[in-house]
Design a protein around this ligand. Structure first.
Ligand code: EPZ
Length: 422
């Protein structure tokens, strides 16, 4: 397995291009199932999760081509010949469950494996299931697979989410585009990836209003047509790279970054003593003091502090002046990076969903192990600031969500390289 070596190399400077959003692309791709005309996505990131979604759509009979040059994902589901999403693919990536809503809406039936748990939590699908049942789908769990059918099509309804689930909002919004009548989603998720999906669905002929707020209204239509849509910039990649000059010193411009995508995160950074400036090309970030101040963090659904930036923020707080408390309220087990950071000299105490971090003046490089996607990159950030060499193993976690991480960080002066292993 490959490893990544990072050596603390002092202040960083230069520009980092931000790629298209993994979590937008993973919900935009299944939207191709809603129409028999081609859907083309530009600015699609080249990531292993995207390859997994490609494999899943192809297993359903979709044609998916990714043209290297413009990273275009051209997809067509004209000849859907399989309505079963196999466990072998779904277990690799929970977002596979986003084919459920579109398949029921388009085909009237679907068999989708339950994703099973993952490193950060059990990640059930009850909110997805109740939402689709409200639209008239009959869903049964048999041998680990959800068997869903809607023989007489879906009917619009009011769906009140008990929790603003991102995936459930995406699944039900996609299904509702082809339902008869009006659907209203209450307590819907407000993430920018939801707005990006709604923009794409509108280009395909869907009638959607209110995306980005907690109440979304969808008027069902008879069919959707093809479209071309650019994948929105990745706010989690953006937040991650914003932290590079903050933890290691220096000044970096994240090209394509927009403050509106990371407002609550940027507010926290400013509280810690960081200057974030919006420029014509993106976001410029620099520390204004030798050491950032500790700040407290509570993860919440958008527009709150993103859970997907919690691990990265913890790495920064390990080097901050003072004590910070990080509360993880979205997932039940998302502190697996803490023991790895402790190997680097960090002082972290975890009690259930709360981690208390006492900042230290300098972390020390060490061999550490990536445990999940965002934990892996928090270890790299720590390595940028640590004295000596940090070796991060199991970097396949990283390949799921960060395109060209070594190239991008080397481009701003980081001493980082990837060692291929067996
Ligand atoms: C999306 O996951 C993202 N993934 C996650 O990013 C992100 O952390 C999460 O939203 C929260 O922002 C993609 O977009 C592909 P949820 P999703 O449904 O849709 C519980 C990354 O690192 N829940 O909002 O699965 C669930 O267990 C990934 O890029 C139910 O209980 O998130 C979790 O505790 C990690 N029942 C919480 O809600 C359900 O039916 C948030 O889940 C659905 C969810």
């Amino acid at each position: 397995m490959d490893r990544i070596l990072v050596k603390g190399n002092g202040a960083l400077s230069g520009e980092i291009p931000i790629s298209g959003a993994k979590n937008a692309c993973l919900t935009l791709m299944p939207a191709t199932l809603l129409s028999d005309e081609p859907l083309t996505l530009t600015n699609a990131p080249r990531l292993s999760d995207i390859a997994t979604m490609t494999e899943l759509l192809q297993s359903l009979g979709c044609e998916v081509t990714s043209l290297q040059a413009g990273q275009v994902q051209a997809m067509s589901s004209h000849d859907l010949n399989n309505h079963k999403a196999d466990y072998d693919i779904v277990r690799k990536m929970r977002a596979s469950n986003l084919v459920l809503g579109p398949m029921i809406a388009r085909l009237g039936h679907a068999v989708v494996s339950l994703p099973g748990g993952c490193a950060i939590g059990a990640r059930p699908m009850d909110i997805h299931i109740h939402g689709l049942e409200a639209l008239g789908a009959q869903i049964e769990l048999k041998e680990g697979y959800l068997h869903a059918k809607a023989p007489s099509g879906l009917k619009g309804a009011v769906v009140d989410f008990p929790f603003a689930s991102v995936g459930a909002t995406e699944n039900i919004m996609m299904a509702a585009t082809l339902a008869k009548g009006t659907t209203v989603l209450k307590n819907a998720a407000r993430e920018p990836e939801i707005v990006d999906l709604a923009d794409c669905l509108r280009k395909m002929g869907a009638q959607i209003e209110g995306d980005g707020t907690s109440e979304i209204t969808i008027q069902g239509v008879d069919s959707l047509h093809g479209a071309t849509h650019p994948v929105v910039s990745d706010r989690i990649e953006l937040g991650t790279y914003m932290l590079a000059p903050v933890i290691a010193g220096g000044e970096v411009e994240c090209l394509g970054g927009k403050l509106s995508l990371v407002q609550s995160f940027a507010n926290k950074l400013e509280e810690a003593g960081v200057e974030v400036t919006e420029t014509a090309r993106g976001l410029k970030v620099k520390r204004t003091t030798d050491r950032v101040k500790s700040v407290d963090v509570v993860t919440e659904p958008f527009p709150g502090f993103p859970t997907d930036l919690q691990a990265q923020m913890m790495a920064l707080m390990c080097t901050a002046e003072g004590e910070s408390v990080l509360e993880e309220k979205i997932f039940e087990n998302r502190f697996m990076h803490a023991p790895e950071l402790t190997r680097m000299g960090a002082e972290i105490e975890v009690q259930g969903g709360t981690a208390t971090v006492k900042g230290v003046a300098r972390l020390k490089g060490a061999p550490v192990m990536a445990t999940d996607l965002r934990a892996s990159v928090s270890l790299i950030l720590a390595g940028l600031a640590a004295e000596g060499e940090t070796v991060v193993s199991r970097v396949y976690h990283l390949d799921r969500g960060y395109e060209h991480v070594v190239r991008k960080l080397s481009g701003i002066g980081a001493n980082i390289e990837r060692i291929s292993g067996e």
